[in-house]
Design a protein around this ligand. Structure first.
Ligand SMILES: NC(=O)c1ccc[n+]([C@@H]2O[C@H](COP(=O)([O-])OP(=O)(O)OC[C@H]3O[C@@H](n4cnc5c(N)ncnc54)[C@H](OP(=O)(O)O)[C@@H]3O)[C@@H](O)[C@H]2O)c1
Length: 259
């Protein structure tokens, strides 16, 4: 595919803005670029390679001339509009959790399982959970050398993981505290400024949160290790960007630094 036409769904969001930057910094050889968001953003402009591009409202008819559709507007939007984009002929690359565990959708980290992207019956490729990606990037070469058996992980996740609204909430709470003003948490269940919250996403019946189970379920699928054992604790921390993860891993064979 030479110079594909690319659409970014959710272009105005925290992730969408980074996608735009990434296409620009990598000098991605694209044809046309289409920026899609909600009706709230339609008509706004965003700069790409020095040119102003007008943001359009996402509709089911947005994808007629699109070859690659990068979706990053939440799971509900992906579920509703992803199949329309795929039907119109675009390869959908979805950043949400909507299709990750669908057996007909490959879950791909390019540095780990790029070949999986070739088999995509629904013309949709899913991008994994953020802390799962960074953990597996470190674990994959160790698995190849020693055979991964289990991991215990603790994550320290920035507010950017909750989207642009998470960043605003941290900023507003810090200002309110500095000015001795009252505030009510909106995005998080508790105060996030000058605090840590051991809950990312909602709790499930087994006591783990949905976010914690992503490391287990997505890790097994990407690594093709159905018996991988994972116990994960996800904590939201008051930093704007960049997640951190601490991992203790067990392997089949003795780990040797020289290997
Ligand atoms: N895989 C990863 O590493 C990773 C990391 C972070 C986030 N994510 C996922 O990426 C997605 C976006 O996250 P984010 O942090 O960028 O969120 P965000 O900052 O809240 O941005 C949401 C984007 O979706 C658009 N949107 C919302 N409702 C819409 C609608 N009805 N129609 C069309 N567009 C709509 C928004 O447009 P407006 O500006 O017009 O409202 C905005 O562009 C989420 O699914 C999130 O879970 C993945």
């Amino acid at each position: 595919m030479n110079h594909p036409n690319v659409a970014i769904v959710g272009a105005t969001g925290a992730v969408g803005v980074e996608m735009l930057l990434c296409l620009e910094q990598r000098n991605f050889p694209l044809g046309k670029l289409k920026l899609l968001a909600s009706a709230r953003s339609a008509g706004k402009t965003m700069t790409f390679r020095g040119e102003e591009i007008v943001v359009e409202e996402l509709t089911h008819d947005s994808f007629g001339d699109v070859d690659i559709a990068l979706f990053s507007a939440g799971g509900g939007i992906s579920l509703e509009y992803g199949p329309s984009a795929a039907k119109a002929g675009a390869v959908v690359i979805d950043n949400s959790s909507a299709f990750r565990m669908d057996a007909d959708v490959p879950l791909v980290v390019p540095e780990i399982n790029p070949e999986a992207a070739k088999n995509r019956p629904r013309n949709i490729i899913a991008n994994p959970n953020c802390t799962t990606i960074i953990s597996l990037m470190a674990l994959k070469p160790l698995h190849e050398a020693f055979g991964l058996r289990s991991i215990i992980a603790s994550t320290y996740q920035a507010v950017s993981g909750s989207g642009a609204q998470g960043i605003v909430e941290l900023e507003e709470q810090m200002k309110a505290i500095a000015n001795d003003q009252p505030f009510t948490p909106k995005i998080y269940p508790r105060q996030i400024a000058f605090n840590v919250i051991p809950q990312v996403d909602s709790f499930t019946d087994n006591g783990y949160t949905k976010e914690e189970l992503k490391m287990l379920n997505e890790g097994r699928k990407i690594m093709d290790l159905p018996d991988l054992r994972v116990s994960c604790t996800c904590v939201r921390v008051p930093v704007y960007r960049s997640h951190s993860v601490s991992i203790t891993a067990q392997f089949e064979r003795p780990v040797d630094v020289e290997a």
